[in-house]
Design a protein around this ligand. Structure first.
Ligand code: F3S
Length: 276
């Protein structure tokens, strides 16, 4: 019997990434992105070849230079500093990330101690935290003790968090600190992709997750699918190994929110050609 390849119901570019990439597609001339535009090394490389370079330090570029702010956003103080130095910003912060930034800021203004559930060094979290006076970041249940006795506790979550783990954390916080104000800001695109990944993994013998090794949401898809079936995360078709597919009849294919269609298509084409 030939191998069957099933795609997840939802996979690949989310709204925020699509919006950012479409803006870059229209770019004319040399430009920069503040950090990689998305967490996909192949796409970042493709843009470098077209004269759009990621930078981390605005001090290194002259006034008047066009700089795209990526979907993860950036702290207001960095934008202010750049505007003062004459940088021509194009803000591509995802509106859902912006919403988390606004919620966090307004909680702090109302006297809440803001706790962000997410990864400390992730750019989205750094941007949210960078707008606050004394934010705290916790990554999981093991750190929950730290926030038990905070009087006015306000919570926001990384948009790409694992939905099940976040729900568990939120339930625990409600138990230990019932007056906490909690905004579960995991975005709809993340929820849909993770739910689709579970459905896919349950009915396949193997799942291939395509996406950058540095992509948080792609790593979550890998983590989720691994609970149900053998799962491998690859950045492109070159990393596929024939031995993974031995005796596997139904192959699942999904991809992170920052994985372009052309990479997914190449992976599909190679899997399709593998011997049964
Ligand atoms: Fe925005 Fe969610 Fe994508 S926050 S960038 S739509 S993963």
């Amino acid at each position: 019997m030939a191998k069957k390849i099933l795609f997840a119901q939802k996979y690949g570019f989310c709204f925020g990434v699509k919006r950012a990439v479409e803006a870059l597609e229209k770019n004319k001339g040399k430009a920069y992105t503040l950090g990689p535009i998305i967490h996909n090394p192949l796409l970042v490389k493709a843009y470098k070849n077209r004269g759009i370079f990621p930078i981390n330090d605005l001090d290194k570029i002259p006034p008047g230079t066009k700089v795209y702010i990526r979907a993860h956003g950036v702290a207001n103080k960095i934008i202010k500093k750049g505007v003062k130095a004459g940088i021509d910003f194009v803000d591509l912060t995802c509106p859902f990330v912006k919403k988390s930034q606004i919620l966090a800021h307004s909680l702090e203004n109302k006297g809440y101690k803001v706790v962000i559930i997410g990864k400390k060094n992730h750019p989205e979290i750094m941007a949210i935290a960078g707008n606050l006076k004394s934010p705290m970041v916790i990554s999981g249940l093991k750190e929950i003790k730290k926030i038990k006795n905070i009087k006015r506790l306000g919570i926001v979550c990384q948009t790409t968090s694992n939905i099940e783990k976040t729900a568990e954390i939120v339930t625990t916080i409600k138990k230990i600190n019932p007056s906490a104000v909690i905004f579960n800001t995991v975005c709809q695109a993340t929820k849909e992709r993770q739910a689709a990944a579970v459905t896919l993994a349950k009915k396949t013998d193997l799942v291939i997750v395509v996406g950058g090794k540095n992509s948080s949401n792609t790593k979550k898809l890998k983590e989720i699918c691994s609970n149900y079936t053998p799962t491998y995360q690859i950045e492109d078709e070159k990393s596929l190994k024939e031995k993974w597919f031995t005796n596997k009849k139904i192959i699942g294919l999904t991809a992170g929110a920052s994985t372009p269609d052309w990479i997914i298509r190449k992976v599909f084409d190679i899997i399709k050609k593998l011997p049964n």
